[in-house]
Design a protein around this ligand. Structure first.
Ligand SMILES: Cc1cc2nc3c(=O)[nH]c(=O)nc-3n(C[C@H](O)[C@H](O)[C@H](O)COP(=O)(O)OP(=O)(O)OC[C@H]3O[C@@H](n4cnc5c(N)ncnc54)[C@H](O)[C@@H]3O)c2cc1C
Length: 458
């Protein structure tokens, strides 16, 4: 009989926590999990999944317009925000049920409560006051959206959390931020017909991505009608008698909008978690400090996913959770490789990227061959839409290895997944070159770019 109630107790039923709990239980461990809100976590409830459903919804406006180029006469169109929200909510509830079911099916005991540390082996469930002890504890509490609390009137602003539950589609909206969530939501609101402003403190959106890609998507997003306001931030927000918001920017401009959504980054969920009682070290921003095996400074306490502020993406949290469970209970210790993570941005147009940006590749070698193709996708030859697709391959000229691929255009996210496999396998440009093209596709450009657009030599 163990001296603890559980072999593993997981705090947080999101991407990382659920995977770790299920895998640990399948290895025979006695596992408990506490979730304070809804099972599935950010990704399922108010992140990737509802966001992608909104992106699908918002693309129809262009599809209807484009259809005319192919001979279709599209009749009168109308859009019901309420119908979209209801359909989305139904799907999210279905998924949440699956998450909870799968946990219970594998034998994980679920507690619908917030959990907080009492000491390094003891947690208190705030819903009931019950205390629970565990031999190992996994912190998988994720992150939450930030509002800039210094701005007067910030209480009138919303984050992505509320955007998923608005009663009405705003006629005019301002999104603040330039990261992927901000850019995706600007595309969603714009596509659904709202007059959309995107205010960003820097000069080009999507900081951290390859510069060519950033410039290209900045241009295309603006062409689609999003009013991108750069090098500016809100300075004050006031609610008018008619309920609309007046946003005064640091540059002294005034905008009147129905909704103001902040997407300026997320912070790790460690506030009030009692980590100090357990002796778990945190970074300045509240992120839990972990080693490559996701172990904290306290031997039996682990942390995975957004709460560790490493790579804040669902598949990464899932892998980290899986690795911890296999390592502790599966007699199979492994660590997650955080390099070469393919990722997509569901902006409009979409981005797909894997590997190093040009700026990062220059830290590997000064000798790079850059292959770049910017072209109009075939579909738009008949629609007449002025939209470009970009493909960029970054090659290490010393050994021909492909260091990064960056794409903008339809289905770039899908392509990035496959390219991730190629780069994981160590593909060289010669491998790309001897691959027969698939015709007619946009992707064939990836294997037909023969001469570098640029040869950088150190
Ligand atoms: C709008 C948006 C769009 C996104 N789109 C994408 C995308 O397209 N692709 C992608 O890969 N990633 C995307 N992400 C990021 C992705 O959602 C996260 O990286 C992922 O959910 C992290 O998983 P996690 O397990 O670390 O945390 P989470 O999924 O956030 O789960 C943490 C859970 O812990 C619970 N919790 C917190 N504290 C406690 C406590 N003390 N006790 C009990 N429960 C607690 C929370 O309620 C939550 O359910 C998006 C995020 C957002 C916000």
């Amino acid at each position: 009989m163990s001296e603890f109630d559980f072999d593993l107790f997981v705090i947080g039923g999101g991407s990382g926590g659920v995977r770790a709990a299920r895998i640990a239980a399948s290895h025979g461990a006695k596992v408990g999990l506490a979730e304070e809100y809804r099972y599935g976590g950010t990704c399922v409830i108010r992140g990737c999944v509802p966001k992608k459903l909104f992106v699908y919804a918002s693309k129809f406006s262009e599809e209807f317009e484009d259809a005319e180029g192919f001979g279709w006469a599209v009749g009168e169109r109308s859009f019901s925000w309420r119908q979209l929200i209801a359909a989305k909510d139904k799907e999210i509830s279905r998924l949440e049920g699956i998450y909870r079911n799968n946990l219970e099916k594998t034998g994980v005991e679920c507690f619908d409560s917030r959990a907080e540390f009492e000491d390094a082996h003891t947690l208190r469930l705030t819903a009931t006051g019950q205390t629970i002890t565990a031999k190992h504890i996994l912190i998988a509490t994720g992150g939450s959206a930030n509002l800039d609390q210094k701005i007067p009137g910030i209480e009138h602003a919303i984050t992505s959390n509320e955007a998923f539950h608005l009663e009405e589609l705003p006629e005019t909206v301002m999104v603040v931020g330039g990261g992927y969530i901000a850019v995706e939501f600007a595309g969603i609101f714009n596509g659904l017909g709202a007059e959309t402003h995107l205010m960003y403190r820097k000069d080009v959106i999507l900081n951290g991505f390859d510069m060519d890609l950033r410039h290209a998507v900045h241009e295309e997003v603006a062409k689609k009608g999003v009013d991108i306001l750069t090098e500016d931030v809100p300075a004050a927000i006031a609610k008018r008698p008619d309920g609309r918001l007046e946003v005064t920017s640091q540059r002294g401009k005034t905008y009147v909008v129905d909704q103001l959504m902040y997407a300026i980054g997320r912070r790790p969920n460690t506030e009030g978690l009692g980590l100090e009682k357990a002796g778990v070290a945190m970074k300045k921003n509240g992120a839990v400090v972990v080693d490559t095996a996701s172990r904290t400074n306290v031997e039996h306490i682990f942390a995975v996913g957004d709460v560790t502020d490493r790579v804040a993406l669902t598949p990464v949290a899932i892998r980290e959770g899986h690795a911890v469970a296999d390592t502790l209970f599966g007699n199979n210790a492994w660590i997650v490789d955080h390099s070469l993570i393919a990722t997509a941005v569901f902006s409009q147009p979409e981005l797909g990227t894997v590997g190093l940006t040009q700026e990062q590749a220059l830290n590997v070698t000064p000798n790079l061959d850059i292959y770049r193709a910017k072209f109009r996708p075939m579909k738009h030859t008949l629609t007449g839409r002025d939209e470009k697709m970009l493909m960029k391959i970054i090659v290490n000229a010393d050994n021909d290895k492909v260091l990064g691929v960056h794409l903008m255009g339809p289905d770039s996210g899908e392509l990035a997944q496959t390219l991730g496999i190629c780069l994981q396998m160590g593909a060289t440009k010669a491998d790309f070159d001897r691959t027969v093209a698939v015709h007619p596709t946009a992707a064939e450009e990836l294997v037909t770019m023969r001469s570098p657009s640029e040869e950088l030599r150190g």
